[in-house]
Design a protein around this ligand. Structure first.
Ligand SMILES: *Cc1c(COP(=O)(O)O)cnc(C)c1O
Length: 412
């Protein structure tokens, strides 16, 4: 019986890279998929569900409030909109026209990336600060907190900070100069899980809003994310995200999410309305988050290591190849396997190997982040049982290793 993809002529791939959006995210735990299926069988008030999600996310992250978004990028859009408008429904209705509003967001030049379309789509201008000498080899310095402070004006709506173990200046320093000037800090922490402690780290360091992906290591639906932070800002997020096609007499949002008493009236559909989140996404995300934040993480990390060990063992000895379980290249506890190639002896580059893997049947996707070092990277998160061995066998075919049985004997 062909699977649901084969029925429509789509060939599933072996994802030995990681849960990236381009490759459709990860493999959902059956518990999460079951929760989504069950959620799909009821109708609920979506604002009530988001208010409950807020409480759960707050408890897990240590933030005042939280919200389920359609992804980290959506969280950046919604968070920026909240910082620009505050609780002013007139401003909300006018976005992305930001005339007369605070409409600049400051970002360190070394942290610019194309997810910032999400920020710019609110109608703000990004103000880039600093020069990253350290990346060019021309020096050791990067943006410093005083340069961010120097760029703050009465038009500054927020400071955007892209979190990564390499990010400079340190978040605490950015928060200090921002808060001294009354400016909120939005953190893009999309891929900074695990470690699960990061669910709390950036909030504890003073960030006003933090965006995570739900479809990366949390293991939630691919089209989900979390935004957590200040209660007043999450209220502005909800107001610009929830469907507002409702008579004012009927509009009774949960008080824990939206304080109606400070509003002159209700805004209409907001700039976040295209980032719709369904009940299935909300329930799926909450289920996955509960599991991610719980004890299962340790078990999952052990399972990840096992899959990488399986891949290395099944590949055995291949001349010109050296395998190592790598923990350096990712800011996390996800063990990656690095395959270092002697490119001149093999007559193949790391990129050649990645392309050959991808062109085979089924296509195998490896991670290309370190091809310039002659390294093919493999990640365990999206590999299903049996797949590490299939990847290893394909590698032996491509790289001309001896047969697997020989290799196994050699290891014993
Ligand atoms: C993945 C990623 C995003 C986008 O996250 P989605 O959940 O896919 O919207 C944004 N920023 C960074 C740094 C990311 O790695």
């Amino acid at each position: 019986m062909p699977n649901i993809y084969e029925q429509i002529g789509i060939r599933p791939i072996i994802n030995a890279s990681g849960p990236t959006t381009r490759l459709s995210g990860g493999i959902m735990d059956p518990e999460v998929a079951d929760a989504m299926r069950e959620a799909s069988q009821y109708c609920v008030d979506i604002a009530e569900l988001q208010a409950r999600a807020s409480g759960i996310i707050a408890k897990i992250t240590g933030a005042e409030a939280g919200y389920v978004t359609s992804g980290a990028a959506a969280g950046l859009l919604l968070g920026t909109a909240a910082c620009v408008t505050g609780p002013d429904p007139g401003k909300m209705n006018r976005l992305p026209d930001t005339e007369g509003m605070k409409n600049e967001v400051i970002i360190s030049r070394s942290q610019r990336n194309f997810y910032d379309h999400a920020i710019r789509s609110v109608g703000v201008k990004l103000v880039e600060v600093g020069i990253a000498d350290r990346y060019s080899g021309a020096g050791v310095r990067d943006t410093e907190a005083w340069e961010i402070a120097d760029a703050v004006t009465d038009r500054t709506a927020a400071i955007c900070y892209v979190a990564h173990p390499r990010s400079l200046p340190p978040l605490e320093e950015v928060v200090e100069v921002a808060h001294a000037r009354g400016v909120p800090v939005i953190v893009d922490a999309a891929g900074q899980l695990p470690p699960r402690s990061n669910l709390q780290t950036f909030i504890a360091q003073g960030a006003d809003l933090v965006a995570f992906s739900g479809g990366k290591a949390i293991g939630g639906p691919q089209g989900s994310g979390i935004l957590c932070g200040r209660r007043d800002l999450i209220m502005c997020v909800a107001l610009q995200h929830l469907d507002m096609d409702v008579l004012k007499q009927q509009w009774n949002p949960p008080e824990s999410l939206i304080d109606k008493s400070i509003l002159p009236g209700a805004p209409h559909h907001g700039i976040g309305r295209p980032c719709k989140v369904g009940k299935e996404q909300i329930v799926g995300l909450l289920t996955a988050l509960g599991r991610f934040a719980g004890v299962e993480l340790e078990e999952r990390a052990a399972a990840w290591r096992d899959r990488m060990d399986e891949l290395v063992a099944a590949a055995g000895d291949i001349p010109g190849c050296r395998f190592a379980i790598d923990t350096e290249s990712r800011p996390s506890e996800v063990p990656m396997t690095e395959l270092k190639l002697d490119e001149s002896a093999l007559g193949k580059t790391a990129l050649d190997v990645i392309l050959e893997l991808q062109q085979g049947s089924p296509p195998i996707q490896a991670n290309s982040a370190r091809i310039s070092e002659g390294i093919v990277l493999f990640g365990p998160v999206c590999l299903k049982p049996g797949e590490p061995e299939r990847v290893a066998l394909r590698l032996r075919t491509i790289l001309g290793g001896r047969s697997t049985s020989e290799a196994t004997e050699h290891h014993e």
